[in-house]
Design a protein around this ligand. Structure first.
Ligand code: CUK
Ligand code: CUA
Length: 763
């Protein structure tokens, strides 16, 4: 500890006196590097299109599903640098997600039948929209395995809510938002009885098993899903697949695919042909066309049935009220993607080489005219494919998903079997370009490419297999997100990015300037509810109370100490620790853990968190800050003392340190010297236009905050010195120096920033 502090001091001195080495460019030329690293002109061009120099930022921020990890991965485009993992359905230790009480409550929202489910098969992220445009406020993502949906607030990139689908047993076609995020659409996948804990044999599949679509009502003011005002539509057991919401002229409608309208039930173990044969036998499946606006009105008018306490509009009602229609779609379709103008929908059939472009106008005309070719076995009117089609285009093998360009009529479709991306014109129905990807692409994504206002520029191919692309890491390979430049006529492959965290089915990207995340919370905030935390205290109000066997701490964190530094308990006590981070400075997060009690918190500036556990083992348990927050981070520590029942102290004083007057004087001199460094840094900073740099202004504020804490300490150490109490005199003087170190650290960081960013002298 001492050595570490001293090294810091000498570093500060060196930097303060301008002795730090300055960067020098290597003498190697670009040609030398190309030769040495065996790079082509094409490689260099690609690199220059993706490289984001140090200190610069990406143009777009992507939110990728974390697949089986149950998390969300945030990365920048075009650099493909990972910025964050967001814990969603799975505990995430860094963020304390699942280890503090606030986040445990969020995860508990995802319990099913009282059971914790600590993983998720996350598939489709969706950014909230206003008039069909990404607004950067919220992110939603679904869990296919355990039908759930999560809400993430993009002010702090934290998961705020998890809801469990009340009637499905699995779901896939979520999350898709309506044009003003009135609802978040979530379609079932594998049909099952809608009533919970109800058994029906597979022999009753057609009668008792059902699919459906849930419309989760989003309350934007609260930033939460309103479960009571959400509803579902009962659908046939056709294995509903992906969905999309209408926009512009098609706003108010939604579209959901299906892949097993055969209603086949497998049984390979009994010698029956497997599902894969039975579910792909017929030439067509059904696209479901639903008037959700009218459905919501019908639910409000009391036309829904309660199943598991949830409003379900039954098929019978939907048919009678004319809000549910089917259209045949080619063999085993997968994605349905509404065009930016809302006039067409592109459906890709996995086992067909064509994509089918349906015209919303034609669909509406057929409905208006009552022109149906048949009814399905449940009585749902079926619109003839030819009456709804705008065109069909042969793109290649295994078309899956489609995204759009900023250029009119230009779309990109993933070709799973061909391992290609096809660029094509959906108005004229012609292929424009193709590019190979590595390998077996699932989804693809263009910048804001499923909104009314796609931004073009880049495309990301989400490849299922990476095979030979990366350094081998064992039989389980990462997936490969390939960045493709789409700003020119020909697509250009730029970059391979391994995704090491589950299978990210889908990703969405938003212009970075639309995101406005905060850097701190209002002091004492419970970040998971956005409400004031009852456990918060301000500096000087820290308190530990005991009621019966309950010990509750209300403490604080600030560089570089935890208040309190000792917590005393008896075996069997229930311990509750509330901690408030009093920092205002950007990025001054403190972490907190207690040895062996499986608790952890990430306490960002202003946040209050609560940790709870039972002190069930007698002993001594260090607690400490887990983020390297300052030069004296390691000293940010304390002890939880768990005493045996009825334990009596025999020794009542702490051991004294041995300090001499000489040591005290040396410490005082160190304080004076360090102050001189601080003064010289301050003199430099105030001699330039530092006020033009908001980041520097924040650092300077923080620096003076730290220095301000030395108030009264000089009087204190001098008073102890007068009494010749060299330990207390020395340590209070030392404490001044601790604050000075933090001040100098910030000051030097500000100075470096100013020097590197061309600060100018002011008079
Ligand atoms: S799905 Cu994975 S490739 Cu779950 Cu959207 Cu299509
Ligand atoms: Cu606070 Cu380390």
């Amino acid at each position: 500890m001492k050595i570490h502090a001293m090294r810091t001091a000498s570093l500060l001195l060196a930097a303060g006196l301008g002795l730090a080495a300055t960067a020098s460019w290597s003498s190697e030329s670009l040609q030398d590097v190309m030769k040495r690293r065996n790079l082509s002109q094409q490689d260099l061009l690609a690199a220059s299109k993706t490289y984001v120099p140090t200190g610069k930022r990406d143009e777009f921020v992507a939110f990728s599903s974390g697949g089986q990890s149950g998390q969300v991965i945030v990365y920048g485009v075009p650099s493909m640098r990972i910025l964050k993992y967001i814990g969603v359905f799975t505990p995430e230790p860094w963020q304390g997600y699942g280890y503090d009480e606030e986040s445990k409550k969020v995860l508990a929202g995802g319990k099913i039948d009282g059971k914790d489910i600590t993983w998720g098969d996350t598939h489709h992220p969706a950014i909230s929209e206003t008039q069909g445009k990404y607004d950067g406020q919220y992110l939603f993502i679904n869990d296919k395995a355990n039908p759930r949906l999560a809400v993430i607030d993009l002010r702090d990139f934290e998961t705020k809510q998890i809801v469990v689908n009340p009637i499905f047993k699995s779901e896939h076609g979520g999350a898709f938002v309506t044009a003003n995020t009135e609802y978040i659409i979530e379609a079932a996948q594998y049909a099952a009885p809608l009533e919970n804990k109800k058994f029906y044999p597979l022999e009753e599949f057609n009668e008792k098993y059902r699919g459906g679509v849930t419309y989760w009502k989003f309350d934007r003011k609260e930033g939460r899903i309103n479960e009571k005002e959400s509803f579902s539509l009962e659908l046939p057991p056709y294995s509903q697949d992906l969905s999309d919401a209408g926009k512009g002229p098609s706003d108010g409608w939604s579209f959901t695919n299906s892949f097993c309208s055969e209603r086949y039930v497998g049984g390979i173990e009994k010698g029956r042909p497997p599902y894969e044969a039975g579910c792909s036998a017929k030439d067509t499946d059904y696209l479901h066309v639903i008037n959700w606006k009218k459905a919501a009105q019908l639910v409000a008018a009391g036309k829904a049935r309660k199943i598991n306490g949830h409003n379900v509009l039954m098929m019978e009602t939907a048919i009678k009220e004319g809000i549910l229609f089917l259209i045949p779609e080619p063999k085993s379709p997968h994605g349905v993607d509404v065009t930016p103008d809302g006039k067409m929908l592109v459906v890709a059939g996995k086992l067909d080489t064509h994509v089918s472009v349906y015209s919303f106008d034609k669909i509406m005309a057929a409905i208006k005219a009552g022109k149906f070719e048949s009814k399905d076995p449940y009585g749902i009117p079926v619109i003839a494919m030819k009456d709804a089609l705008h065109t069909q285009v042969a793109l290649g093998l295994g078309p899956l998903h489609t995204q759009y360009d900023s250029k009119p009529c230009v779309a990109y479709t993933s070709l799973y079997v061909d391992s290609q991306v096809a660029k094509w014109n959906y108005c004229e129905g012609k292929v424009l370009d193709k590019i190979s990807v590595h390998y077996n692409i699932g989804h693809l994504m263009t910048m804001e490419g499923d909104s009314v206002d796609p931004k073009g520029r880049y495309l990301v191919a989400l490849n299922k297999l990476s095979i030979d692309r990366f350094n081998p890491v064992g039989p389980l390979h990462p997936q490969n997100h390939q960045l493709i430049d789409i700003s020119n006529d020909k697509m250009q492959l730029l970059y391979d990015m391994p995704i090491p965290l589950g299978e990210p089915h889908y990703v969405v990207a938003i212009s970075a300037d639309k995101l406005k995340p905060g850097v701190r919370y209002k002091v004492g905030t419970n970040s998971r509810t956005d409400k004031p935390h009852p456990g918060m205290v301000r500096a000087g109000e820290e308190v530990t109370t005991r009621k019966g066997n309950k010990v509750e701490v209300k403490g604080t964190l600030i560089r570089s100490h935890i208040t309190p530094e000792t917590i005393e308990a008896e075996v069997g006590d229930e311990i509750t620790i509330n901690l408030t981070n009093l920092e205002r400075a950007q990025d001054e997060t403190h972490g907190f853990t207690v040895s062996t009690y499986n608790v952890h918190a990430s306490v960002e500036p202003g946040k209050t968190v609560q940790l709870k556990f039972k002190a069930d083992k007698e002993g001594v348990y260090p607690y400490y800050c887990t983020e390297f927050c300052s030069a004296l981070h390691l000293e940010m520590q304390g002890y939880l003392l768990v005493k045996p029942k009825g334990w009596k102290a025999t020794k009542t004083t702490l051991a004294k340190g041995t300090y001499t007057e000489a040591e005290y004087k040396a410490t005082v001199k160190k304080v004076v010297d360090t102050q001189a460094i601080i003064d010289s840094v301050v003199a430099y900073i105030t001699s330039v236009n530092y006020k033009d740099f908001p980041d520097v202004v924040a650092m300077v504020d923080d620096a003076f905050d730290q220095l301000g804490k030395t108030k009264g300490l000089k009087e204190k150490h001098e008073a102890f010195a007068a009494k010749q109490d060299w330990e207390n005199a020395n340590l209070w003087a030392e404490q001044i120096w601790q604050y000075q170190v933090k001040t100098a650290d910030l000051g030097l960081r500000a100075k470096t920033y100013l020097e590197q960013n061309g600060a100018k002298k002011v008079k």
